[in-house]
Write a new protein. Sequence first.
Length: 154
Amino acid sequence: MPRILSTAEVEAFRTRLCGAAERLFAEHGPDGVSIRQLADELGCSAMTPYRYFRDKDDILAAVRAAAFDRFADAMDAAERKPGDAAAKSRAVGEAYVRFALKEPQAYRLMFDVSQPDPDRFPDLVRASTRARRAISAHVEMLIAEGVLVDDVIE
């Protein structure tokens, strides 16, 4: 019978599993990684990941959601820097590139992988929507300050 884990222990294992999964998914692609490989990487039984996630797709969604959240955090921090809309836009663009260069594995998983059943992964939908919003917020600011013209084509 498995022992009862504290919330901190559950989160610590999920974090370790997602870290290993991000690296393996980026190196081999989601189809090239098995739950057994993830378990071997962590030194646990092949069944242990199932205590924390439904399946490999659930792990991939968690990895991608965490990456989108880190990305959005970087965009939001850049947008909060002092300055006018043009300066903030430059800061957001630089933060975007810095994230892509610093975390290329996460970046690839965010934008090169899709998961066709969004209803199954609400946290991934939330995180990717947040990231896309963070990318476009500075453009809306440029429009509001008159730096760009809002030209909607119908």
